[in-house]
Design a protein around this ligand. Structure first.
Ligand SMILES: NC(=O)c1ccc[n+]([C@@H]2O[C@H](COP(=O)([O-])OP(=O)(O)OC[C@H]3O[C@@H](n4cnc5c(N)ncnc54)[C@H](O)[C@@H]3O)[C@@H](O)[C@H]2O)c1
Length: 331
């Protein structure tokens, strides 16, 4: 372990993106402690060598007591609820967890003098942007409660950085996707709302996928998104922690590839990698679903020296297919 390493508290480390970050941290020689309430995460995602503190961030006193004897110098904060539709139906859940829980965690970090904080933000903070390639200096204009909770925490982190020693990166992920190459770790959400697992389910069950909007002003009429592999997200997080430890002031960074892929192109990729047909039906457009959400990715390269390594959509969908075939991502 190099002198630059330390102990990283990973909230939500039993979840999908957090699970990959934990593995990347261990591979980089860091010590890791996971805090997770296992509400949507999975105990089996926690490596045997990593301590798991089971606690709910909304319970400030419980978290302080559970972490009383745990030393850490940096935090990666993945724990949140992350369903756009649910956030519209049940905004209280989102404000209490994504904002209330995060404020509890940040209070603890300030009291302990923790200086490095990496926050899971999202391209949902851009709302329905007027341009196809999104740069970080666009205004935050979220259009649903989920996006608003993330935008508010970005603001809180900016305010805290201006007044305290808590520096942070706000990493705005585009569409986290894929699984480990060996098929042992992947996406396991219930209900599943992400396109690639839903397309793979449609392939295996032959129950048609709903494609929301086929008449958008995009090359094939379906929505275009930026699919970034979770291992690439994980490596950006490790780089971000290290930059903060080196004294970098932090900031907001897009984590995307800069490459747009349409829903129909994902369906075609799934058909190629699985050898199965993906049945689908056209459904009406959904409110708040912009036609294009694609990153202008240059800033993360400049600041973190980060570039996605998984550049082929077939390889991303192929890794998810391998994971899907093992059974954990199936209904
Ligand atoms: N998956 C994506 O495409 C994507 C895109 C943009 C941003 N994000 C953000 O990335 C983060 C991780 O997303 P994910 O897809 O891995 O979700 P996930 O549901 O797989 O992981 C979230 C983890 O946080 C834990 N958690 C939730 N509330 C908690 C609480 N109050 N106390 C303790 N633990 C709690 C859950 O048990 C789970 O393990 C979230 O903050 C999400 O908003 C995800």
């Amino acid at each position: 372990m190099s002198a630059a390493n330390g102990t990283v508290l990973v909230t939500g480390g039993a979840g999908y993106v957090g699970g990959f970050a934990v593995r990347a941290l261990l591979a980089a020689g860091e010590r890791v402690v996971i805090l997770d309430d296992l509400s949507t995460g999975h105990r089996e995602n926690v490596p045997a060598t990593v301590p798991l503190v089971v606690a709910d961030l909304r319970d400030a006193a419980g978290v302080r007591s559970a972490l009383a004897d745990v030393q850490f110098d940096a935090v990666m904060h993945f724990a949140a609820n992350a369903y756009v539709g649910e956030s519209v139906r049940d905004p209280r859940k989102y404000w209490e967890n994504n904002v209330g829980g995060t404020l509890n965690l940040l209070g603890l970090c300030l009291d302990r003098g923790v200086g490095a904080f990496v926050f899971s933000s999202t391209c949902a903070v851009y709302g329905e942007p007027p341009v196809p390639a999104l740069r970080e200096d666009l205004p935050r204009a979220p259009v649903n409660p989920y996006g608003r909770t993330k935008a508010v925490i970005e603001q809180v982190l900016e305010d805290y950085a201006a007044a305290t020693g808590l520096r942070s990166f706000r990493l705005r992920y585009f569409n986290a996707s894929g699984a480990s190459e060996d098929g042992t770790l992947g996406e396991d959400h219930e209900p599943e709302t992400h396109l690639i697992p839903l397309v793979l389910r449609a392939a295996t069950t032959q129950s048609p996928l709903k494609v929301f909007g086929t008449d958008w002003a995009t090359p094939d009429g379906t929505c275009v998104r930026d699919y970034v592999h979770v291992e690439d997200l994980a490596s950006a997080h490790v780089a971000a922690i290290r930059r903060l430890r080196d004294g970098h002031a932090g900031g907001a960074l897009n984590l995307g590839t800069g490459r747009g892929t349409s829903v129909k192109e994902i369906i075609e990729a799934a058909e190629r990698v699985s050898g199965l047909t993906v049945p689908w039906t056209a459904a009406p457009r959904r409110d708040g679903d912009p036609p294009f959400l694609v990153a202008a990715p240059g800033r993360a390269a400049e600041v973190l020296g980060w570039a996605p390594r998984w550049t082929s959509i077939d390889r991303i969908v192929g890794s998810a297919w391998k994971w899907h075939q093992r059974g954990r991502s199936q209904p």
